[in-house]
Write a protein that binds this ligand. Structure first.
Ligand SMILES: Cc1ncc(COP(=O)(O)O)c(C=O)c1O
Length: 376
């Protein structure tokens, strides 16, 4: 008898789905806490919330949601293009930048023929998407949790079509130095696209001039998002910046109405509110220093971060995650990355950081008395 297993795509059968940060509502249900007493530091969202200007734009767009959105996303693509000094033809909108990753596979990867390449401990979605497309995703080692671009260059084969570089990387927080990145992009072979994931670029004080590489027509696609700095994670809106020939191919692969009207309106307004971004950048910088200094005082190993989160070695990451849940704190265990001893903590508001640093040492002592001893 034919079963579902006989007809399902092999990549689906063996796929372990992406593990998102635990939602506040789920913990509220499980522990009986009021949702407003729960604090989520698990998905690298903006601690200040969305820009008030984005909220106003959503209010104004609300009465029109019976109409389909502008499928071409013209206003938003124009605004993004102006922001970067490019043309709207360079911009492809996505339902989050995750969708751009999927579009890249649709456009460049044939199942069982081509392969992708990324660094060990790079963002998990590249590997998941490769599996969905029944394509290998090769990984290069990441000494000190940093991309090894020499190893990556050597690992490029004739069937490599997508090379994912993530800077700053999630979950490690490390970045690729600008000169190395530029050298890699400029020397990449013509048969492979460099997909430079810049979800956290807005947190860098000295971002790479990556838009120039697009302007120069390199085989590069920049992945950007409104989910982190711009505080719109719930609306699912991201974009690609690419040379026009590549952008046109990505446009062909997307659904006609892949981004919704509220997201488009909010993103235009969020982009204009650079003051909100500046405040966020300052809060994140200060919060990150406080977390890293506390971890150092506790004698914990952590990875110095260039983004709005810090990865810290706590012994049993899963146990600490569960202990913190009982106090109403959601952080991110990293078992799915093979980093069982680590957790990733997003930077919250100054008040949240103060409260977290009161709870964290005692919770660490509960789960790992040896490691938590410096916390007395
Ligand atoms: C490195 C990286 N890329 C892409 C994404 C996807 O972001 P979104 O789909 O919300 O734009 C994330 C989200 O966590 C990320 O960390």
């Amino acid at each position: 008898m034919t079963t579902l297993e006989d007809i399902v795509n092999p990549g689906i059968l063996s796929l372990t789905p992406y593990e998102p940060g635990k939602p506040i509502e789920e913990l509220a249900r499980e522990q009986g806490f009021p949702p407003d007493q729960i604090c989520k530091l698990a998905s690298n969202e903006n601690p200040l919330g969305p820009s008030p200007k984005a909220l106003r734009a959503i209010q104004e767009a609300l009465p029109h949601i019976h109409l389909y959105p502008d499928g071409a996303g013209r206003l938003l693509r124009d605004a993004i293009a102006r922001h970067h000094g490019l043309s709207a033809e360079n911009i492809v909108l996505g339902n989050g930048s995750n969708e751009i990753i999927e579009l890249l596979f649709h456009v460049f990867v044939l199942p069982r023929t081509h392969e992708a390449l990324c660094s060990r401990h790079a963002f998990a979605v590249y590997r998941l998407m490769a599996q969905l497309f029944d394509a290998p995703c090769r990984e290069t080692p990441d000494p000190g949790f940093c991309h090894d671009l020499t190893a990556m260059r050597k690992a490029i084969g004739p069937n490599t079509r997508l090379i994912f570089l993530t800077s700053p990387n999630n979950p490690t927080g490390t970045r690729i130095p600008n000169p190395e990145l530029e050298e890699f992009v400029r020397a990449a072979p013509a048969h492979a696209i460099v997909a430079l994931d810049e979800a956290y670029i807005d947190f860098l004080d000295d971002p790479p001039p990556s838009v120039t590489w697009v302007r120069d027509g390199k085989n590069v696609v920049l992945l950007r998002t409104f989910s982190k700095m711009y505080g719109l994670a719930g609306l699912r809106i991201g974009y690609a910046i690419a040379p026009v020939p590549i952008a046109s191919l990505l446009q062909r692969a997307r659904q006609p109405f892949n981004t919704n009207s509220l997201a488009q309106a909010a993103a235009v307004a969020a982009l204009e509110d650079q003051e909100h971004c500046e405040n966020t950048r300052r809060i994140v910088r200060e919060g990150r220093i406080r977390l890293e200094e506390s971890f150092a005082r506790l004698g914990l190993r952590f990875v110095s971060s260039a983004a709005n989160f810090v990865m810290v070695q706590v012994g049993d990451g899963e146990a600490l995650f569960h202990s913190l849940l009982r106090h109403g704190w959601i952080v991110r265990p990293l078992r799915s990355y093979g980093l069982t001893e680590w957790v990733r903590i997003s930077i919250g508001t100054p008040e949240q950081t103060t409260r977290f640093l009161e709870v964290f040492p005692a919770t660490l002592r509960e789960t790992d008395p040896a490691r938590g001893s410096a916390a007395r």
